[in-house]
Ligand binder design. Structure first.
Ligand code: SAM
Length: 212
């Protein structure tokens, strides 16, 4: 049982191009669609925003963001080849129109200029990053002063998965994460407890503003 849980967790951390990887990705898309939609709602994007999603997985969050950003650009980074493959398929029109750009790269090495992004978001990903301080500092670097980072998830679901076992590699310390955001220069770091207006499902949004 623990072997199955560990295998699924490994695919959550970085979905692989295998039968199980594809199965996990499909489940994740279904389960987390509302979180990606809510993250984009929380972002209150303007048509000219330049947006970055970290750990986009299936790509649904990028799709929602691209619908809001009419004149701006949307970037996505992920370390998973399967994520790149699936998101390229989902977003082929937006990619062809040069509205969405995907990068196969880790969060600690974002191939974007400093102060080039007005809104960054991430769903269900930060607890897999190998060095959270390095990652947060790198996100801060690419954000414009006053730009925001939104970190969206359902904490109860994550803690329940941790309790069930097989999630040992995930660093699900939300308080430490928020402290780290402050340490690397984010301001007004706070957590909002919210419910999706469409499904009533609960979620939490950690909002952090890049210092000038
Ligand atoms: C649990 S999945 C979440 C996918 C999607 N955001 C969702 O909520 O359904 C975590 C995603 O983060 C990506 N990821 C993990 N570590 C990463 C890192 N160091 N840099 C960038 N992406 C990473 C994984 O490849 C995976 O696609």
């Amino acid at each position: 049982m623990n072997y199955i849980r560990r295998t699924i967790s490994a695919h959550l951390a970085c979905p692989q191009k295998s039968l199980i990887g594809k199965f996990v990705m499909r489940k994740m898309a279904k389960r987390n669609d509302y979180l990606e939609r809510c993250a984009v709602e929380c972002a209150c994007l303007s048509p000219t925003d330049t947006v970055l999603e970290i750990g986009f997985g299936h790509g649904l969050g990028l799709k929602y963001a691209a619908q809001k950003v009419k004149e701006g650009r949307v970037y996505g980074i992920d370390i998973s080849e399967l994520a790149l493959y699936d998101a390229e398929e989902l977003l082929h029109e937006e990619i062809a129109a040069n509205k969405v750009t995907l990068y196969h790269t880790p969060v600690n090495n974002i191939p974007l200029n400093s102060e080039s992004i007005s809104m960054a978001f991430s769903c269900n990903s930060f607890y897999f990053w190998p060095s959270i301080p390095t990652a947060c500092a790198e996100i801060h670097r690419v954000l414009k002063p006053g730009g925001q980072l939104l970190t969206v998830q359902n904490i109860d679901n994550i803690l329940a998965r941790k309790k069930r076992g097989g999630f040992e590699r995930a660093n699900v310390d939300f308080v430490a994460y928020m402290k780290t955001l402050e340490e690397v220069g984010f301001e007004d770091v706070k957590i909002e407890y919210l419910n999706d207006q469409l499904t009533s499902k609960p979620y939490q949004c950690i909002r952090a503003i890049a210092s000038s």
